[in-house]
Design a protein around this ligand. Structure first.
Ligand code: NAD
Length: 256
């Protein structure tokens, strides 16, 4: 379905970004993986994805906290038809104790990077008359929780940026949408489960249901495969008129 398209996915050497890369490669797109590291295992991920799906996959190191590096990533990729802004970090602290450096870093990586990559990608998309911008926001782009001020401000910002992008390119064959996942079972989340089991003295299933997924009515994690499939849908022809919107994959969290 996506043969002939090139996708750039920021922050894609693990978790949701890698799941999205897997789904786009399986749908036939050429893929550019990214993170800020430049290790042999990063390039090995690209070689493995390429071998399994028979598509071109490259890994390009670029630090998404640096606006110039964000723009350089898109240039080094040779432009892109599909841009997935996924890189993100988190920090948890009350506002009055929130480290200023961490506030600035979260805003840079989780929000400003999407501004820079989108600015770099749109001219090429406009020239081709086709493009897809998929921003990985969060349920926290639509609702809040205490102690995550920077993350929640950034993710609400991503939703606003998505709407503005959509309006600026409406009618040009380009769409921009935000996926808003609830709690997704990534390696990062998986690694927290044993600690949570210890702290709460609960078995795995109970700690997942009663502690980690308290706000997710389905009491089930979303999966990276589901976020990947949602991205493929947004890149496909059935979503040609889906633009400027948010798509929640959150087990009902934001319906509460
Ligand atoms: P993750 O830590 O596995 O992935 C984050 C990715 O961003 C990694 O590839 C990391 O290397 C990359 N990254 C971090 N800093 C970077 C930088 N400076 N430059 C380039 N890349 C950088 O976590 P994840 O859960 O897969 O998160 C991916 C996205 O999904 C994030 O934007 C996150 O906010 C969002 N999200 C995650 C969940 C969840 O429950 N896991 C829920 C909602 C939204």
């Amino acid at each position: 379905m996506l043969q002939g398209k090139r996708a750039v996915i920021t922050g894609s050497n693990s978790g949701i970004g890698l799941g999205v890369a897997e789904a786009l490669a399986a749908a036939g797109a050429a893929v550019v993986l990214n993170s800020f590291t430049d290790r042999p295992e990063d390039h090995a991920l690209a070689a493995d994805l390429s071998a399994r799906h028979g598509v071109s996959v490259r890994y390009i190191a670029a630090d998404m906290s640096d606006g110039a590096a964000c723009r350089a990533l898109v240039a080094a990729a040779g432009g892109c038809d599909i841009l997935v802004n996924n890189a993100g970090i988190q920090h948890v602290a009350p506002i009055e104790d929130f480290p200023v450096e961490m506030w600035n870093r979260i805003l840079a990586i989780n929000l400003s990077s999407a501004f820079h990559t989108t600015a770099a990608a749109l001219p090429g998309m406009k020239a081709k008359g086709w493009g897809r911008v998929v921003n990985i926001a969060s349920a926290h782009g639509l609702t809040a929780s205490p102690f995550k001020s920077a993350y929640i401000a950034a993710k609400h910002g991503v939703v606003g940026l998505t709407k503005t992008t959509a309006l600026e390119v409406a009618g040009m064959g380009i769409t921009a949408n935000a996926i808003c996942p609830g709690y997704v079972l990534t390696p990062l989340v998986e690694a927290q489960i044993p600690d949570q089991m210890k702290v709460h003295n609960m078995d795995r299933e109970t700690v997942i249901r009663e502690v980690m997924l308290l706000r997710q009515p389905s009491r089930q994690f979303a999966t990276v495969e589901q976020i990947g499939g949602t991205t493929v849908y947004l890149c496909g022809p059935h979503a040609d008129q889906v633009t400027g919107t948010t798509l929640s994959v959150d087990g009902g969290w934001t319906a509460l």
